[in-house]
Structure formats: C-alpha cells, structure tokens
Design a protein around this ligand. Structure first.
Ligand code: 13P
Ligand code: SF4
Length: 310
C-alpha cells in the first residue's frame, strides 16, 4: 500500500480499525507527538502501557520502551514503527558483560535504569527511571551496597541526591553527552533571567550549571510551575514542542551540540516518522516478540519498581 497524502487522518482511521492506542515519548518528532493519544516520560509510558485496554499499542519511542510495554502487556500487540530505534545506553550494556559485573559484586543490589535490554532487566533486582531513581535508591536497605547500570551520569546524580554510594556501570547517552558547555554559558549570558532545566543524563559539569534537574515530565512540570518566563533546556529538543504548546507565553531555548551542530536530537528516537507509524498500523509490523521465560524474569524488577514508586 502507498502512503496516503493525509497521514494524520489515515492514522486516525486505521487506529479505530485496529483498536490501537498510540503512545509517544517527548523526544519524538513534533508530527508524531501531534498524532499520539498519550505523551509521557518513560515511567508514565510504562504505566499507560500496563493499564490500556486497547488491543494494539503503537509505541513511538525506542526499543527498550516498546519492549517494556510488551513485558507489562504480553497479550497486546506492541508495534514499534522502526525496529532500528535503539538506545546508546542499552547498547553500552551487553547482558553477558553485565552478568559478569554482577558476579564480581555478589553482595550488591543491582538497580538498572529502564534504558536497557530485557536481558539486563532480567539480571537486575530493581528497575528505575530518571523520575523515580533517587526515591527508589533511598528506599533500599542502608546496609546493602548497590550496583547501578547503565548510565553513569544519572548514577552520579542519584548518588549525590540520595547520599548512597553506588558502583557504576560506565555507560552514557550519546545525546546528553553532546551539549556544548560554551553554548550553554553563552545562552546564560544573553538571557541572565533564564532558568536552566536539565535531564540527569547530562554530564556533571553541565548539571552543575542547572537550576532544576529531572526527567522529561519533571522538566515540563517545572516549566509550568516556575515563575520564570525564559528557559534553557538541556535535553533532547523534542520536549520543547510540548513546552511551547502548553506555555505559549514563555520562551524556550535548546542547547546545541559541540561546534553548534544540531546533533542534540536523538538519532534513534527520530527514526520513527509519521509514515512509519501509518505503515506499522497498516502492516501490523514490526512487532515486539519476546521469549516468555525472559519476559517473566524481566517483569519482576519492573513490577517491583511500579510498586515502590509514588
Ligand atoms: P525520561 O524517563 O526522562 O523520559 O528519559 C528517557 C530517556 O531516554 C532520556 O534520554
Ligand atoms: Fe537512549 Fe539517549 Fe536516545 Fe534517550 S536520548 S533514547 S538515553 S540514546
């Protein structure tokens, strides 16, 4: 089938036929966010995926997010518009190496950021997202050492916020490592009253320049609640779309990558396009399929997270 001209209308019609819900992360293209039924951060999206009564979930995000949706909703068909939409953090933590790391620290509780494969989740005691990591780590028994994988920047921030010592896996996000400190300082100079909002995946020298640190949803909430009218946003610029829609009277600046390049967009997230959303609903593929034994092992630490997070 050829892609229709009015893709939003065609997607909306197909969605009814398939009894589908479209979930989108804030880092999706604006056009994809605009056709979504629900937009959220990774914790909210996993909760939505667990609670929906739709038969099909079109997950406009990256692979680990769609996989988490499948783990939580095994009876639903979970479609990912582009199967190549991976994540540098998940790639930085192969399951066999993580298993060896765990084996070297047998007394540690293993806390893994949701940005990892199902195989790594299955080897973990507890999953967290950027919105609940500090709170969950604080709830862990004080006499047990903790391993944290795969994002070392988030891990260091959790360490500072929780006061707990963490043994860190050396992974990082290629997007959050690109922001130029020089460009940030220049923006701060030009807009001295601007509030700097940052995602905890940013490197510490940038987080040190931030006024508020939190998950994508937390950054959006802060922009709504803060009396400031100008913001500099240190995360993937997809989030600025919802900020501008919700707060048209406020001004938002993204921070470019090194040398002013526009490499601050997540190349994985941006693989999903409106045409691929339509196509996956039309063809009912690519679909996330999982081995049931692996799914059950990965489910346990995710359920623990959902039970422990407020
Ligand atoms: P959030 O949980 O804040 O949505 O972040 C997900 C992510 O991939 C950040 O790079
Ligand atoms: Fe992964 Fe980074 Fe993209 Fe988030 S922004 S999905 S952590 S590569």
């Amino acid at each position: 089938n050829h892609a229709p001209q009015d893709l939003p209308a065609a997607i909306s019609a197909l969605k009814q036929v398939r009894k589908a819900v479209i979930l989108a992360h804030y880092y999706q293209d604006e056009a994809v966010q605009d056709i979504a039924d629900f937009i959220g951060d990774s914790l909210e999206l996993s909760r939505k995926a667990a609670a929906t009564d739709a038969e099909v979930i079109v997950f406009c995000g990256v692979h680990f997010m769609a996989e988490t949706a499948k783990i939580l909703s095994p009876d639903k068909t979970v479609l990912l518009p582009d199967l190549e939409a991976g994540c540098s953090l998940a790639d930085a933590c192969p399951a066999d190496e993580f298993a060896a790391f765990r084996a070297e620290h047998p007394d540690h509780i293993a806390v893994s950021y949701i940005n990892c494969s199902a195989a790594v989740k299955a080897l973990s005691d507890l999953i967290c997202t950027s919105s609940n990591a500090v709170d969950l780590v604080k709830q862990l028994p004080a006499d047990r050492p903790i391993l944290f994988a795969p994002d070392q920047n988030l891990g260091r921030w959790v360490q500072r916020q929780s006061g707990r010592q963490l043994t860190l896996w050396p992974g990082s996000c290629i997007v959050h490592e690109t922001f130029s400190e020089q460009a940030l300082l220049q923006l701060k100079l030009e807009h001295p009253a601007a509030e700097v909002l940052a995602h905890p995946e940013c490197q510490q020298h940038l987080l040190d320049l931030a006024d508020f640190i939190g998950s994508t949803s937390a950054l959006l909430r802060q922009a709504e609640q803060s009396p400031a009218t100008t913001f500099i946003v240190l995360t993937e610029p997809g989030i600025l779309h919802q900020m501008r829609l919700k707060l048209p009277q406020k001004t938002f600046f993204e921070v470019p990558g090194a040398d002013g390049c526009s490499c601050n967009a997540c190349p994985y997230m941006r693989l999903n396009t409106l045409e691929k959303v339509w196509q996956c609903l039309d063809r009912m593929e690519p679909e996330i399929v999982m081995d049931e034994a692996l799914r059950l092992r990965a489910l346990a630490p995710i359920e623990k997270m959902l039970a422990m997070s407020r």
